[in-house]
Each structure stands twice: as structure tokens, then as C-alpha cells.
Write a protein that binds this ligand. Structure first.
Ligand SMILES: [Fe+2]
Length: 282
């Protein structure tokens, strides 16, 4: 009797939700080496729009998380919150994206082809429009246009072949995130939500093979409101005044993310598993 053994080769991606300020950076420094040892990811990604002071980007804060083992960052509505962001985003040596559908001539880029061994993965960053303060371009249309140039395994005629297409959809509304995931099902490897800082438990692989999770959560202080100082947020609700938000302190940091395995043959997802851990900082 002949037994045929099939070995599925896959790429493993570890993606963290929004890294919030110094507590987020410190927690990554502490946990990422052991997580990498345990999970052996081929690529480590995170949303970095809150990496500096809980809102915005600085070169120093970005370097700190890259030194921890993050390969590439995405961002969102806080991308341009701090002075110097434009120079950071315009520097192609710094591995960070801003949303592709940011209108006007925004500095930086919304997608990047990342070389992972012999594979080429397309990382894309989009921002939602529902309940967001700014008037962003249509994310659905932007993605549709991009997929005419790049497609999984070159399925679209005339497009460049990608081994994986991973999308960070930085958006508030779960409906918008789910709609985009269904819109892209079978055409991208994964649609992962960020921005709310609250992890959702709806991870699944859609029928066409796209992994989907509404929100990855955050890497940020647990004794907080979405990473911000809870007393200030309560005061804002009580007084209806915009007191400046600061990143919360505290020694407990929650780690929100997911691990996605992508089939080398098809570029579609084999599995998606959430990660949720609490790290104690000394
Ligand atoms: Fe955001």
C-alpha cells in the first residue's frame, strides 16, 4: 500500500495591535524574544501609530520597537500627530506605512513588498471612514485598484505575483471591517483590524481563504481606557471638556495580536489564532 504524505509549506505571520507608548514598547522588549522563540514567525508586524507618547511617531520610538524584533509597522489616524512624522514617513529606510487612502499628497507610502526569505509579501495599510474624524478616500476602491497591480500568485492578468497580501484596516466600525474582508475574500491572505485597542473574538477564515479578525487589540497598559490615563478620560466624560490624554502608567501591559499561517501554494490563509497575554513590567 502506498501512502502519500503531503507537507504544506506555509509562512507564519505575527501581527500585533496598536503599540501604546512606553509601556507598550517595554512590554514588547520583554515578551517578543520569547514569543519569537515559541512561535517562530517568518515576519513580525505591528501597528505603530501610537508608538510615541501614546499618539504619533518618533524615530526613537520606532527604532526601539524595531530593535525588539518588529520587522515592519503600519499606522492610522494618528500618523501625522507629531512634528517630524513627514520626514519619518518619507524616509524609505524606515519600515513604516501610512494609510494608502490618506487623501492629498501625504508623505510616505501605503503599501510595501516585503521580502521574507524566498517569498514576497505585500503589506497594505488602509484606514476606515465610518466614525472617523477625517474625510479619507474610499478604502474599497483604493484596494481594488491596488489589486490590479498586485495579486496572490499573479492570479489577476497583468499583475505582479505576491506570495501573501496582508492588510491592516485601521478602522472604528466592525461593520466596515467585516464588509471589506468579505469584499476581498479569496483575493488577499488576511484582513486584520486595528484602531479600537479592544481585541475582538471573531477570528475566522472566510470561505474564499482570507483570514479575518475585526480588531487585534493593543500592546498597552491594562489599567487604562484604551491605553490612556483612566482618570483623565473619566474627567472628559464628566465635564465634556477635552483634557489632554496621557498614556496610562501601571505595571500590567496587555498584549493583543494574532498569528496567521499562509499557504505557500495559494497565498491564502491556513489558520488564524489570537494572542492575548498580560506582561508584568518590573
Ligand atoms: Fe487609530
Amino acid at each position: 500500500m502506498q501512502i502519500l504524505l503531503y507537507v504544506i509549506c506555509y509562512m507564519k505571520i505575527l501581527f500585533f495591535g496598536d503599540i501604546v507608548g512606553q509601556p507598550g514598547r517595554q512590554a514588547l522588549k520583554k515578551i517578543l524574544p520569547e514569543l519569537k522563540q515559541e512561535l517562530k514567525p517568518d515576519l513580525v508586524l505591528a501597528n505603530g501609530e501610537n508608538v510615541a507618547h501614546g499618539q504619533g511617531l518618533t524615530e526613537k520610538a520606532i527604532k526601539e520597537v524595531l530593535d525588539c524584533g518588529i520587522d515592519f509597522l503600519t499606522s492610522g489616524d494618528h500618523t501625522f500627530a507629531l512634528g517630524g512624522s513627514e520626514q519619518i514617513l518619507a524616509d524609505k529606510k524606515i519600515p513604516i506605512l501610512r494609510p494608502l487612502n490618506w487623501p492629498g499628497n501625504a508623505a510616505g507610502r501605503g503599501y510595501e513588498i516585503i521580502t521574507v526569505g524566498t517569498r514576497r509579501a505585500l503589506l497594505v495599510n488602509l484606514i476606515g471612514r465610518v466614525f472617523m474624524k477625517h474625510d479619507f478616500d474610499d478604502p474599497f476602491q483604493k484596494l481594488k485598484e491596488l489589486l490590479e497591480d498586485y495579486s496572490l500568485k499573479g492570479k489577476e492578468q497583468g499583475s505582479e505575483a505576491m506570495d501573501a497580501i496582508i492588510l491592516d484596516f485601521h478602522a472604528e466600525a466592525t461593520s466596515e471591517k467585516a464588509a471589506l474582508a468579505w469584499f476581498l475574500d479569496g483575493r488577499v491572505s488576511a484582513v486584520l483590524g486595528t484602531h479600537t485597542h479592544v481585541p475582538t473574538a471573531d477570528e475566522r477564515i472566510l470561505p474564499g481563504g482570507t483570514a479575518f479578525l475585526s480588531d487585534l487589540g493593543m500592546v498597552g497598559p491594562q489599567e487604562s481606557v484604551l491605553g490612556a490615563n483612566k482618570e483623565t478620560v473619566i474627567k472628559r466624560f464628566l465635564t465634556q471638556r477635552l483634557f489632554k490624554l496621557e498614556t496610562a502608567s501601571g505595571s500590567q501591559v496587555e498584549i493583543g495580536g494574532a498569528v496567521i499561517e499562509i499557504n505557500d501554494q495559494t497565498g491564502l490563509a491556513i489558520s488564524i489564532n489570537r494572542i492575548r497575554k498580560i506582561v508584568a513590567l518590573e
